[in-house]
Ligand binder design. Structure first.
Ligand code: SAH
Length: 339
């Protein structure tokens, strides 16, 4: 057993077997405590708030777990217009968000030039701070990634989804694991703050896979990582499969904090969706005590929000200013500083 309570244990040296062993422990509290300590001394007590605009649910891919996959004929597809996206970003920036995340399916309508104009216009919105633009629009060519960077994009989120190449192949009839990793390498090389990540509880995944997922984040040198439980979506080929347990995702976040002490680790939406479902209206334990330091808040206009259904979720009405204030208040209540 790894003695993780020992003060001088070098967490960054954890290997696959040790990580899997930790994940399987009955009592994980010592790891949570260690992760919280590492979080505090490396990224402090601030919680970074990001505004996410889900601007198109049109997708050319067939990822079997995702509600946006092009085989889902029940989904009403939408694309926000240029001005609409920029105006939404403006409202979010005025409400205090310093990062705008642009997320979509892999939608060819948003060409290199269209994305470039969006990035430029959002970067140019007047604000008392420099706005960071994060893209989460899937796999693109080297040329496009380079162009977006030149237009001012700062960060890129592209989860590797699973480090098990065979499992990856089964989940993605439309792309290979190698292509995914190549994209992440390019993003790093181009100087993006690069975000990888994966789902826990995927059918066919073992704790060794999760351990490999965490080690892969380190190998790529990810600056951010989105880790969340798989949620079975009845409108996808994975309907009827069991959803992942939030606990495993939280454990994976905690160990990732130990291995990547300075990373930005969000409480992913899928994680909060499941955790809230588990304690309806009940007491929430401090959601920041396991190593995470980022929260993403949807600012997608209501008329589109419901159609951006990656997985089923209960969504409340969006009020960008009010939502932000509420989020700030609850973060302060948990003893953290919203940024
Ligand atoms: N098309 C872009 C961004 C949208 S998908 C891309 O592929 O990068 C954003 C993330 O949602 C994915 O990376 C995946 O990890 C997550 N996701 C998709 N379907 C999910 C599901 N059923 N349960 C949990 N997470 C899911």
């Amino acid at each position: 057993m790894v003695s993780i309570m020992a003060g001088n244990y070098d967490f960054t040296q954890l290997n696959k077997e040790k990580i899997a062993e930790l994940l399987a422990q009955d009592d994980f509290s010592a790891v949570y405590e260690a992760a919280d300590k590492v979080r505090r001394s490396n990224v402090g007590n601030t919680v970074n708030l990001r505004a996410i605009i889900e601007f198109s649910n049109v997708c050319r891919r067939q990822c079997t777990y995702c509600g946006l996959n092009r085989g889902n004929k029940e989904l009403q597809r939408f694309r926000m217009g240029h001005e609409e996206i920029v105006n939404t970003a403006k409202l979010a920036i005025q409400a205090g968000y310093k990062t705008i995340v642009l997320q979509s399916g892999e939608d060819d309508y948003f060409t290199k030039e269209r994305m470039g104009r969006l990035i430029e216009d959002i970067k140019n919105i007047e604000a008392p701070f420099e706005t960071a633009v994060t893209l989460s629009i899937g796999e693109r060519s080297y040329k496009e990634y380079k162009y977006f960077r030149e237009k001012g994009a700062d960060r890129y989120l592209l989860k590797h989804e699973t480090a098990d190449a065979k499992l990856y192949a089964g989940l993605h009839p439309c792309g290979t694991f190698e292509e995914r990793i190549e994209c992440l390498k390019i993003l790093k090389e181009l100087g993006y703050e690069t975000g990888g990540g994966f789902m826990t509880g995927l059918p066919g995944q073992s704790l060794y896979t999760v351990a490999e997922d965490i080690l892969l984040l380190k190998k790529i040198g990810c600056d951010m990582a989105g880790i969340g439980p798989f949620i079975s979506n009845p409108k996808t080929p994975l309907k009827g499969e069991k959803s992942g347990e939030p606990e495993l995702a939280k454990r994976a976040v905690a160990i990732t904090r130990l291995l990547l002490p300075k990373a930005n680790l969000p409480i992913t939406t899928s994680l909060s969706v499941l955790s809230e479902a588990e304690t309806p209206g009940g007491q929430h334990e401090n959601p920041f005590n396991f190593g995470a330091n980022v929260i993403m808040k949807k600012v997608t206009p209501d008329k589109y929000k419901h159609a951006y259904e990656i997985y089923p979720a209960k969504l409340s009405r969006t009020d960008i200013v009010k939502d932000r204030k509420e989020l700030e208040r609850s973060i302060l209540r948990y003893g953290r500083i919203p940024l």
